[in-house]
Design a protein around this ligand. Structure first.
Ligand code: SF4
Length: 115
């Protein structure tokens, strides 16, 4: 399997082969690429970025750590169900979202609705 490593801006091209439990990664420049390549074929994870509604507009948020890729839709739905009164950058708005071990954290300022 050919992959682009997303762990840093260098974007190394990885070649990941899996035979049984033996996973071999080549093309990586550092160990993070090897870890990423192995995870991609076993239990892929991503950091989720999203917008959460407030009474005045929307706030950018993201998960504090990577979450399993197959939980992205459910976590996004959980974030979509919220409407906050207010929050500021750095605030945790959901702790341990859906048991993933990641918090949902505000990452920026409110973007106000222009109506
Ligand atoms: S293998 Fe290492 S250097 Fe290459 S993109 Fe991944 S993290 Fe960056």
């Amino acid at each position: 399997m050919k992959l682009i490593c997303i762990m840093c801006p260098m974007g190394c091209e990885l070649d990941v082969t899996k035979k049984g439990n033996d996973i071999k990664v080549t093309g990586n420049t550092c160990v993070r690429g090897e870890v990423y390549g192995k995870e991609e074929v076993t239990a892929p994870k991503r950091v989720l970025t999203a917008l959460v509604k407030t009474k005045e507009g929307v706030l950018p948020v993201k998960t504090s750590t990577m979450i399993p890729k197959d939980m992205i839709f459910k976590v996004n739905e959980e974030i979509g169900n919220l409407t906050l009164n207010s929050a500021k950058s750095g605030d945790v708005i959901i702790k341990n979202v859906l048991g993933t071990g990641a918090d949902v954290v505000v990452t920026g300022d409110i973007v106000k609705f222009d109506i």
